[in-house]
Structure formats: structure tokens, C-alpha cells
Design a binder for this molecule. Sequence first.
Ligand SMILES: Cc1ncc(COP(=O)(O)O)c(C=O)c1O
Length: 363
Amino acid sequence: MSREPRATFRHIAHPAPVPAHERTALLADPGFGRVFTDHMVTIRWTEGQGWHDAQIGPRENFSINPASAVLHYAQEIFEGLKAYRVKDGVTLFRPERNALRFQQSAERLAMPQLPESLFLGSIEELVRIDQDWIPGGEGSLYLRPFLFANETFLGVKPASEYLYVCIASPVGNYFKGGKKAVTVWLSDTYTRAAPGGTGAAKCGGNYAASLVAQAEASRQGCDQVVFLDAAERKWVEELGGMNVFFVFADGTLLTPPLGGTILPGVTRDSILTLARAEGREVREERYSIDHWRMDAASGRLRECFACGTAAVVSPIGKIKSAKGDINIPEAEGGPVTEALKAKLVGIQRGQVEDAFGWVRKVI
Ligand SMILES: Cc1ncc(COP(=O)(O)O)c(C=O)c1O
């Protein structure tokens, strides 16, 4: 993707930002996705005019018509990435990948594609203006760009008007209590994505469809759902919000291949690159639930981990299912998981050399 010229955003002054002492109190323990910064970016798209009216101003409610297309047909996509406070400034991690995935999601949902310059510009403007909201320590500022159909029209067709918005949320640990290993529930009732569907797109509808399975997982005392493929109900695909990796006793890794039904995670791609750079063999191959069971029981499989922007790398200790549990030998995270996690987090936090040019300085 070419880098277009820098976008310009109209600035609207905030009449009453959160006072510093209240912000400090909120940043002490922000949790995940509950606290939001003072500002937001909006950009409009209409047929004929294209992208216009880029602005950054106070984060506030917006009103939309009850007949707005998104409320009926869920034509909506989003992204998730983080800004990190590092020793000498603020950085983003591979935001160009999120810009590209946002364009790919837009294409799949028959929406206009936001140019990379506008995507990156919107994020950088927001990070700069709300930089005091970036937590230190293990926290970060989670950025949520999204785009939705906003035409006032009832009828199933691509809309002729859209609104792009970017908001930001200071975050701590994704899993409550910062727990180390997670337990996942194997759904044998529900699937996440079918061939030809929207599994590779980051659209709200995918997550809406996963909620009943996620609720089932919670009832079973699990943190996340693991989904099998929709066609054969046999192949491990991914978790509700994270990709999955398997580490074998011979030191090799395996992750399910991208093929349209799995979200192409930025973290997944980063782990693949880091592991291969270390000289590890990593296969992008299908892996069946029966093999997962057998290999965990025999010890051929040593470690499992889930990965994504929100929780970065989380060991999977146990898989619960109606047909019996699978216990992972290195249930608290083994040496390979921990080493890859340390390297990735180190690069993101500016403590390990960024050999791949992944870190983008904002401030
Ligand atoms: C379904 C799903 N899979 C995988 C991921 C991991 O993607 P990334 O590493 O880009 O955050 C996410 C998170 O965005 C997700 O929602």
C-alpha cells in the first residue's frame, strides 16, 4: 500500500476535559474497555464526495436516525491496536497492518476503503492529543477505529453514507486479575465462520454471532471459546478473539492456516516471524481436535497459547468440552511460549531491538 500525503484534521477544542486528578484516579486501575479518553476522530464518506470532514474533537454521543442502515443490517467493521508509553516517547506496533486489514474488511463488507494515510493520521492525532491518558507500566492505550453504514434507508444494499470514528481507551490486563494461563471451552454447537463467509473480516457481526458461545464458555468457567471449522467440525480454527498456536516436544510450532475463516492476526504474524527468525520450524497447517486430545495426552504436545493485541500472548492450560477435558502438559506456559512472549512484549515496549521495523514512533 502506498503512503499517501498526511491528512489534515480540523481541531475542535474540548470545553471540559476530565480534570488531571480524576484522570490519574481512572488510570490507576483502568481494567479493559471501560475508561475512555477525552477526544475522538470522525471522518465522513458519502457517495459522490468520498472521504471528507476529517475532524478531532470532544468524545461525545452522536445521534443517528432509527432507520440508519447499521442498526438493521450490521454493516460495520472495526480494528484494535495499542499505543505504548516507552522510555523516550509513545509508539504504535505495526499499525500499517491494521490499516490494511481495515481495508480488507471494508472490501468484504462492501464498504469504502479508508486510505492508509487517513487511518494512520487519525490514530496519531488521537494519541497525541490524549497522550496524558496513556498508562505507564504494563498498561497501554487501546485504540478502536471503526466504520459504519449511516444511510437512512431500509433495504439490503451497500449504504451510500458512512461514518468513520476512532476512540481510545486506557487499558490494563485483558483477563481479570491478570491471570497467567487461560481455560477455553470447545464449542461443539456453534461455529464462528463458514467458507465464503466473513471470518477473515473484523466485522461486528462475527462477534455478535459468537456471544452465545462465549456465554456458554463463561457458564463452564472458561475464559474464551475455541471454535472448530464449520464444514467438518473437526479442525481447530481460533478463539473468540485470539489466534492459537501449538508447541510440540520437538520444538516445532503449528498454527491453523489462514483461509478465509480465521482472522489474520497481527500478533499471529509477528509470532510466526519471530519464531522463524529464531530458526524454529513453524507450520501453518490444519490441526484436528482429535490430534489435540491425543498429542496432549501422549506429551507430544507440550504448550499451547492464544495471541492477540488485547491479551498479547496467553498460555492455554486446559480445554474443557462436553466430551472431556484436555490438559496441556505445560499448563502455566512453557519455555517456548514465555520466550516468544518476552521477545514480542520487549519489542512493543522498546526494550528489545526492533529488528523488523515494526515500531512506529508517534511522539
Ligand atoms: C477473532 C479474532 N482472532 C484473532 C485476533 C487477534 O488479532 P490481532 O493479533 O491482530 O489483535 C482477534 C483480535 O483482534 C480476533 O478478534
